[in-house]
Unconditional design. Sequence first.
Lengths: 212, 114
Amino acid sequence: MAHDTAHAMPVETSTGLDTRKVAIWTFIGSECLFFATLISNYLVYKGKSLVGPLPHSESQCMLHGQMTTCEPIFEIPLVTFGTAVLLFSSFFVVMALNGAQRGNRKQLITWLTATVLGGMFFVGMQVYEFSHFYHKGLGFTTNLFGSTFYTLTGFHGTHVTVGVIWLATMLVLAIRGKVPPAKALNLELAALYWHFVDVVWIVIFPVVYLMR
Amino acid sequence: MEPHPSAAREHAHPTPTLYLRVALVLFTLTALEVGGYEIARRPGAPLHEVVQQLIVPILLILSAAKFALVAMFYMHLKQDSRIYSGLFVFPLIIAGVLIAALIALFAYLRMVYG
């Protein structure tokens, strides 16, 4: 208990800001550059694939050892639904944070559960999408589209998975009553990471799926 | 002891009503993105020609608006210390320049070497 109290104590810093929050923002800044390189990689090779499957148009592709005509590979309705769920999960986590800051444990647990479920749905959607694409003939080395697409969305999916694990840990702590208002910053740090994952998808969704 | 000016700006976070309004705006902007995509890919759809010509800037503007809404209201950059905004926006500008520079470089190489 004494250990918990010590963690909740505000620490004096030269900026007046909590160093953990400065650290997460610095990390998020570095992640901007990481995803910028992956998005650039996707864009500079866009439309340069020599064989299919392709995202928006029919193409000749190798499937089960035979050259055949492949349908456009993207399923926009499914990804749109996943995008909406991810966007709403950002709303859910700010509601959970609001509950944590006001000491409303029921609000905190309810909205945090919704956030974790939303994140799990998104990861599930991506796993389904990847396996579906693979069965339609798009492997990691099939063409430039496959390589750049799997790299970009795969790294984003990994970030979402890390976020789900982080938020699920916070949920367990909240259920055990270990996220009092004095320690709401712990949830705020996880929420900032989650929002960053969301804003990256806000860029990826139109750039990869909607721009032909 | 007086609180540091940066610290004084913290913890004035928005209300749940504002959070909900932002969520609804985000949902609407996403619907507009997908609607624009569908109109652009279907010949014969109303405004097809115009939307097809403008779909890339439309998507970029809608995406930027969604990005700004999440950063300002959900990530609390509008209420929190400007130091956090600096830590986010400065790398974001570099990221934008990086993307533009790489696209320009590859376009130039393609033009020169085919």
